[in-house]
Design a protein around this ligand. Structure first.
Ligand SMILES: Cc1cc2nc3c(=O)[nH]c(=O)nc-3n(C[C@H](O)[C@H](O)[C@H](O)COP(=O)(O)O)c2cc1C
Length: 211
């Protein structure tokens, strides 16, 4: 079993990475492979709503979005981490997630995420954490992804990784999240082995609010 942890910060080894590393170490201790996926600092355009993903089977911008989407097919769970920027998720991870989820849905590759557990974590110096978390959780709840929780909202505080290491409660929240994610994955695997099949699906209905 494998969990992909996305570092949505431009800082490869910054505060968000420190939080994700605590989760990754916990997952590994629980016997789950953890891999951190760095968004990096290259520009990530937002979705231009061209619809080409439906034809191409991937986003028209061949960048980290398509690399991640391919990797997601082989992953069993996800953690998306972001620094808080102006009381919201960072611009790069917002562009990234808009295109990841829109292109997989439009390209008929929803199984990359379907019923795979997910969690969002955020890092802030001071405020805007819950607004950013609410924003990130919405990608999962529109995609039939079970949301894994911890014993507090998934946040750490700090301006530097050293600050985050002093946020003992925040780090504990990350470890609990890692254990809960591992437990869920093991339960899912046990259920599948015991013959619990995936839920029945329905043909999608899409009604736009025009009448
Ligand atoms: C453009 C920008 C906006 C920010 N906005 C906020 C904010 O709204 N609230 C806050 O507490 N910190 C804010 N910060 C600070 C970062 O969220 C904080 O230092 C975070 O822990 C950095 O994580 P990182 O090292 O993973 O990038 C902002 C930083 C930047 C660069």
């Amino acid at each position: 079993m494998k969990v992909l942890l996305v570092n949505g910060s431009p800082h490869t080894h910054g505060c968000t990475f420190t939080a994700l590393s605590e989760i990754a170490a916990t997952l590994e201790k629980e016997g789950v492979t953890a891999e951190i996926f760095q968004l990096g600092t290259k520009a990530l355009p937002g979705c231009i709503s061209c619809g080409k993903c439906g034809e191409l089977g991937k986003c028209v911008f061949d960048d980290q979005v398509n690399v991640f989407t391919d990797a997601a097919a082989k992953a069993d769970g996800f953690v998306f981490g972001s620094p808080v920027h102006y009381a919201a998720a960072g611009g790069a991870i917002t562009s990234f997630l808009d295109r990841v989820f829109f292109s997989t849905m439009n390209a008929g590759r929803r199984e990359n995420f379907y019923l795979k557990p997910a969690a969002a974590v955020v890092s802030a110096r001071r405020g805007g954490t819950t607004a950013a978390l609410d924003q990130l959780n919405k990608y999962f709840t529109i995609s039939e992804m079970p949301v894994i929780s911890s014993k507090y909202w998934n946040m750490v505080h700090g301006f530097t990784p050293e600050d985050v290491k002093k946020d003992l409660e925040g780090l504990q929240v990350m470890r609990v999240l890692g254990r809960n994610m591992a437990w869920f994955l093991k339960c899912k695997e046990a259920g599948q082995k015991a013959g619990v099949s995936l839920p029945a699906t329905e043909k999608s209905v899409m009604t736009n609010f025009i009448d």
